[in-house]
Ligand binder design. Structure first.
Ligand code: GLA
Length: 387
């Protein structure tokens, strides 16, 4: 037996071994890549992520003594035991702050949740910019939603997970990763409006069009808690304030040139990126809806140039991955996620997938960079019950 059923059985078995009882169920939530629409979510803008086949899976069962007992296959073997009533920002460190933060965030909303035994395991690589933390939060959020019969709408679960990450784990992220993890669907990209949290499932049939989407993990670990991300957010908010707008989402491409002329020099490039990036999302959705996924290529590469030159969140490894992938026949490529390392996506004709991956690896070796890890992004399902 392989695949999801085996995975569900394995996580349940391991739960039984660790916690000495049977779980009440198993749940999974995926990591993501973002096709286009980067650093737009905290500007109330648009994004187009898709879920990866890589997931965090967990088995869980309620406890009636108010304890949250967390065990991770990626941890140090010990069970982290926390009193739910005492959960507070700053009190939990390491991976446990993500699931514990979700329980805290649910209680912050006044929801009647108590303790649980949890065992989790993840195939989403950490530090690769593929949202391993959102997968962890969202797996716990869907599990608690069902265990405690909360019946929250999916966007609410995403907000809870985002609140956990912002206020409990101290990472000032937007809502895209969590929305992708809970709302994505197999074979689809998710058109997200970060202001209303409205979503549209957009067909993204790679195989039917002879295409593949490679993920090139630069192996440069990114960390959104280190201040640079928060500074960019603050810069965007300052620019919106100077322009008299609620958020940069409210500036159109037509009004961009006029707005840039009146902005301080350090803010203008940020604004140019956000406005042009929102426009690229719109064009990408049009192309996918028209059944032309190959037309995404130039939009990806243009998005990368904007992130590199205007937003300045790329790094030499990501730039080299993009350049060498395109030179080897990719239709387009760009960094994905917050940047400062992490992963690059490359849209390639299926027949060129191997040669593009080899060309990027060779280009890295030629300048002494550690070899990139190569995965394939297949548009997959969002968070779900697995058993
Ligand atoms: C990280 C954040 C997201 C988003 C992206 C950039 O992944 O978690 O909220 O801001 O960076 O698009």
């Amino acid at each position: 037996m392989t695949g999801p059923a085996a995975e569900a059985a394995a996580v349940r078995r391991e739960f039984q071994r660790i916690h000495g009882r049977a779980p009440e169920g198993g749940w999974a939530a995926p990591g993501r890549v973002n096709l286009i629409g980067e650093h737009t979510d905290y500007n109330d803008g648009f994004a187009l992520p898709m879920a990866l086949p890589q997931t965090t899976v967990l088995a869980a069962g309620r406890r009636d003594d108010g304890l949250l007992r967390l065990h991770s296959a990626q941890g140090d073997g010990r069970v982290t035991e926390l009193a739910v009533a005492d959960l507070a920002p700053g009190r939990v460190s390491g991976w446990a702050r993500y699931p514990a933060g979700v329980v805290w965030a649910l209680r912050e909303r006044g929801l009647p949740v108590g303790g649980a035994d949890v065992h989790l395991d993840s195939t989403v690589p950490a530090g690769a910019g593929l949202s391993s933390s959102a997968a962890l939060e969202c797996a716990l959020a869907v599990a608690y939603d069902e265990l405690y019969a909360l019946r929250l709408p999916r966007p609410e679960l995403a907000r809870v997970a985002q609140h956990a990450e912002n206020a409990f784990a101290g990472v000032p992220c937007g809502v895209m990763d969590q929305m992708a993890s809970v709302c994505c669907a197999e074979g689809r990209a998710l058109y997200l409006d970060s202001r209303s949290l409205e979503v549209r499932q957009v067909p993204f049939d790679l195989t039917g069009h002879g295409l593949r989407l490679l993920v090139l993990d630069t192996r440069v670990a990114h960390d959104l808690a280190d201040g640079a991300y928060a500074a960019l957010r603050a810069g965007c908010e300052r620019a919106a304030g100077l322009l008299g707008l609620a958020a940069l989402r409210d500036l159109s491409e037509a009004d961009l040139a006029g707005a840039l002329a009146g902005l301080p020099r350090d803010l203008a490039p940020l604004v140019r990126h956000v406005v042009t990036e929102n426009a690229r999302v719109g064009r990408a959705v049009e192309r996918l809806t028209a059944g032309e996924p190959e037309a995404l290529g130039p939009l990806l590469t243009a998005g990368h140039a904007s992130l590199r030159d205007d937003y300045r969140v790329s790094c030499p490894e990501a730039d080299l991955a993009v350049e060498s992938a395109v030179a080897a026949g990719a239709l387009g490529a760009r960094m994905t996620g917050g940047g400062f390392g992490g992963s690059v996506i490359a849209l390639v004709p299926a027949a060129a997938a191997g040669s593009v991956a080899r060309a990027v690896t060779a280009a890295f070796a030629a300048v002494g960079f550690a070899p990139p890890a190569v995965l394939e992004a297949v548009p997959s399902a969002g968070a779900r019950r697995i058993g």
